[in-house]
Ligand binder design. Structure first.
Ligand SMILES: Nc1nc2c(ncn2[C@@H]2O[C@@H]3COP(=O)(O)O[C@H]4[C@@H](O)[C@H](n5cnc6c(=O)[nH]c(N)nc65)O[C@@H]4COP(=O)(O)O[C@H]3[C@H]2O)c(=O)[nH]1
Length: 866
């Protein structure tokens, strides 16, 4: 719409000079009015310019002629300079039609003299009508009907009215024409009833200096008319064709409605034009205010943006910044405006970086990337920066706009994620991944320098117990302390990494001698042996370390780690709390371990498992009251394998579940045979492993076996260890209660070796405590062990439990235990574990009489298998 309106506005090509009437009529100031009128009539122009010595003094127009006093004959002879309008307003010939239109509107003029400014030449007169006629408003004339110009107030004068009277009327009423009525009778003769007298006729009158004429004599006849429904376009065409400036308008009934003039049509067009112009301007105002509003909005967005915004001129000098810029950089707007953005440079980017940025800006008009900048405080921070070159319509860069965000937080998060990927979150040590990277680097370095390097596998002994008994939180704190102690034993450029759980790997670079690694290992073992105080509790953690050396043990990282692991296992086998250097023979051992695992899988099917039985006797009388079933594996090549060598393997592989069931069933079956022979009642004690105990359906399995073997439940005691119960005490107690509901008894095995939580002990539904043989071993010589054993016995009794001492090897052991009131004893002093047949032979009949040191016991000791 706006576009259409603007198209109506003067085209730039059209100028005042181009549309001005060039036939400028000029006269001297002294020229009598009648002469001027004659000239104007002859030339059929509506104005004459009064010139003296080349200077325009004024202008006289047809309209001015109506002001002449026609009753005074001298009036026609007055010099034109007396009545002319002055001064004459001029416009330059080069003035655009648009500007000219504005000028007409502002100054309310009807004519301008057009002057060529360069030459001073007068080009002609231009009227508002000329402007309008050149605006292409024909469409408007076609749309409007003649009746739209009917004003009413038609002046019809009788034909005998004097010219003097008529001109006076015209002048007073500012009419440029009056209709002359010749009467209805004349109309009948075909001449038309009406004629017309116009300003131009008045001009002719002035020229002829004729006074006293009646208007009928001067009028043009007949009055040309158009129907009121004709378009203005058609009316104008008729007037142009007939060279007339007035036309009558007839109502549909043929009566004369009005006279309209060319000037009326033009006036109406002017109105339309001005209206259009007004609308166009209004719309352009609206567009302007719209764009102002957009500008305001943009300003608001920039002001409130969280991103820093900086605008520079084409030379790169800052011309504006937003508040976020000041917040992010610390610079107030007035501190940076007029300065170069280099004041933000951190110095971290090379000149080549900036050169690339400029090339990109010049070729692509934009650049985006990360950059380090410096705040006013001096702090360097990373930002994500977008720069856009802003160009004018000619494609010339006028500004650069830079928008940036502080990405410090993002970078920190990235770093944290990287840390998580490469560091152990608990101890802050490198993790396996970073260790592997570093080890690679160290290995290449060692290869280049022909130096040695050690890889240590550090594993805490029995750490699981701490976790199981004291909970993971304490376990974690122990690990953090262990990590820091290991770190303190190393040089700055050595690496310690946590591989997971309680395993650490240490890499010692630039090793002078393998001995140096041993020295470090010794330091670590010693450092970790010192008690760790946590919540007022002192925990002792020992460690086993395996060491492999580059290039002696291998040249590749994976093998070095594997060999260190093998050596670590050897250290554990050798009694823990020590270190071992890798030896190739160890590898063979670990292969053996693998072979053992494979063989154990077939042990059950191949009937290679068997039970040995060891009696438990009353400590005071030596009377056997129970028997413990102990598992053995009869391996075709390795011979009789001790449970110490394969129970943990069976646990790891899960084989303990079927094996455990086999043990229980087999023990119950043996016990059944014992009862068949009507021997003295004897309790059967069976070991249960942690994995077995936690196995879903374990209690049901026990119930099933009891049922299937017809075992008397009260004669079965299951041995559980402390550590297996501490893991999830509530679930353990529940399971123990269910077992008790089956009628079986429960014994707590190896008591004292775990992190005995006496608080829980009272909640466990157990019947018996078995003191670990570790405490029994020294009770005859060591006061501390004796005191401990005594304390455990009292504790057990105070909880209403039977107390069994394991590992009773000597009379002296027994004496001490008897003194402290221990209930039952088990150990080599009475009997080693025996095959069933031997056990039955030894204790079957004589069980009631058996006493420590009796001949029966002696015989058992001699006959027992290992
Ligand atoms: N030095 C010394 N040792 C003595 C003496 N008297 C008995 N022993 C040994 O002490 C161990 C007692 O069994 P445990 O503490 O339950 O310790 C058992 C038990 O924890 C586990 N075990 C044995 N059989 C089974 C089984 O069927 N199932 C499960 N889960 N574990 C079993 O293997 C461990 C070792 O069993 P064994 O090698 O048979 O070793 C047996 C026995 O031979 C003594 O006077 N001096």
């Amino acid at each position: 719409m706006l576009e259409r309106k603007l198209r109506l506005l003067p085209a730039d090509a059209l100028t005042a000079g181009a549309i001005a009437h060039g036939d400028l009529l000029e006269c001297a100031p002294a020229l009598p009015l009648c002469e001027a009128a004659r000239l104007m009539s002859e030339r059929r122009v509506s104005s004459i310019v009064v010139v003296e010595e080349g200077q325009i003094l004024g202008i006289w127009t047809e309209r001015d002629a109506l002001a002449i006093n026609f009753t005074d004959p001298a009036a026609f002879l007055r010099p034109i300079s007396d009545v002319m309008s002055a001064p004459v307003r001029t416009v330059p010939a080069a003035m655009s039609l648009h500007e000219l239109t504005q000028r007409f509107r502002e100054e309310q003029m009807r004519h301008y003299l057009v002057v060529d400014e360069e030459s001073g030449r007068r080009c002609g007169i231009v009227s508002l009508s000329d402007v309008v006629l050149n605006q292409g408003v024909e469409h408007y004339l076609k749309l409007r009907k003649v009746d739209s110009l009917i004003k009413g107030g038609l002046r019809v004068l009788p034909a005998d009215t004097s010219m003097t009277e008529a001109t006076r009327l015209m002048h007073e009423a500012a009419l440029d024409a009056v209709v002359v009525d010749f009467g209805a009778g004349l109309a009948a003769k075909g001449q038309g009833r009406y004629g017309i007298v116009t300003e131009r006729d008045v001009m002719r009158l002035v020229a002829r200096k004729e006074l006293g004429l009646a208007i009928g004599e001067l009028a043009s006849r007949p009055l040309l008319t158009v129907d009121e429904h004709y378009s203005l376009y058609r009316a104008r065409a008729m007037m142009t064709e007939r060279c007339i400036r007035h036309i009558g308008v007839l109502h549909s009934d043929g009566s004369l409605a009005d006279v309209i003039s060319f000037r009326d049509i033009l006036g109406s067009m002017e109105l339309a034009y001005v209206d259009e112009l007004h609308q166009a301007l209004h719309e352009s105002d609206r567009a302007l205010s719209h764009s102002r509003r957009n500008l305001y909005l943009a300003e608001q967005v920039i002001e409130s943006s969280l991103e820093g915004i900086m605008v520079t001129d084409a030379q790169g000098l800052i011309i504006s910044v937003n508040p976020a810029f000041s917040r992010l950089t610390g610079y107030a707007a007035e501190e940076v405006i007029g300065r170069c953005p280099t004041l933000l440079s951190s110095g971290r980017q090379s000149p080549a970086f900036y050169a690339r940025m400029w090339v990109c800006l010049q070729t692509e008009g934009k650049w985006q990337g990360e950059i380090w900048n410096r705040r006013k405080s001096g702090e360097i921070y990373p930002e994500l920066l977008h720069i856009t070159a802003i160009k004018d319509e000619k494609g010339q860069v006028t500004h650069y706009a830079a928008v940036f965000t502080d990405i410090s937080l993002l970078k920190e998060t990235e770093a944290r994620i990287r840390d998580l990927a490469y560091y152990d979150p608990l101890t802050g040590l490198p993790n396996r991944r970073l260790l592997e990277d570093r080890l690679q680097v160290e290995l290449s370095h060692a290869a280049r320098m022909c130096s040695r390097l050690a890889v240590m596998f550090v594993d805490l002994d029995r750490f699981k117990r701490i976790n199981d008994s004291l909970g993971h939180e304490i376990g974690d704190r122990v690990l953090v302390e262990v990590a820091s102690r290991i770190r303190l034993c190393l040089r700055d450029d050595d690496t310690v990494a946590r591989m997971g759980g309680d395993e650490f790997i240490v890499v010692l670079g630039n090793l002078a001698q393998p001995d140096a690694a041993a020295a470090t290992a010794r330091r670590i073992v010693a450092a970790l042996r010192r008690p760790i105080a946590i919540d007022g509790r002192e925990l002792v953690v020992t460690t086993s370390i395996g060491i492999s050396i580059y290039p002696d043990d291998s040249a590749d990282s994976a093998t070095l780690i594997k060999n260190a692991d093998i050596a670590m296992y050897r250290a554990k086998e050798e009694g823990r709390n020590s270190f071992q250097l890798y030896q190739p023979a160890m590898n063979a051992r670990s292969l053996e371990h693998l072979a053992l695992e494979t063989a154990l899988h077939g042990a059950l099917q191949r009937d290679q498992l068997l039970l040995h039985f060891q009696p438990l006797v009353r400590a005071d009388t030596g009377e056997p009251v129970a028997v413990e079933a102990l598992l053995r594996w009869q391996h075709p090549e390795l011979g009789l394998v001790s449970p110490a060598d394969f129970i943990s393997l069976a646990e790891e592989t899960g084989l303990i579940v079927p094996i455990g069931e086999w043990v229980l069933r087999h023990a119950c079956l043996c016990h059944g045979r014992w009862r068949e022979d009507e021997r003295a009642p004897l309790r059967m004690m069976v070991n249960i492993s942690a994995r077995q105990f936690r196995q879903e359906g374990f209690v049901e399995m026990v119930g099933r076996v009891l049922h299937e073997t017809e075992m008397e439940p009260s004669l079965l005691t299951l041995e559980l260890t402390e550590s297996m119960l501490m893991d999830d005490t509530e679930a353990s107690v529940l399971r123990m209660q269910k077992l008790r509901e089956l009628g079986v008894s429960l014994a707590l095995d190896d008591f004292g070796t775990g992190y005995s939580s006496l608080a829980y002990l009272k909640d466990f539904p157990i019947d018996e405590l078995k003191i670990d043989r570790l405490f029994v071993r020294g009770i005859d010589r060591n006061m501390r062990d004796a005191a401990l054993a005594s304390a455990i016995i009292s504790l057990g009794h105070s909880l209403g439990l039977r107390v069994v001492a394991e590992g009773v090897e000597t009379r002296a052991h027994l004496d001490v235990l008897q003194r402290h009131g221990c209930d039952l004893a088990q150990g080599f002093h009475f009997s080693k574990p025996l095959p069933w047949q031997t056990f039955v032979a030894m204790y079957g009949k004589a069980s009631a009489q058996a006493v420590p040191g009796s001949s029966a016991c002696q015989a058992a000791r001699t006959a027992s298998a290992p």
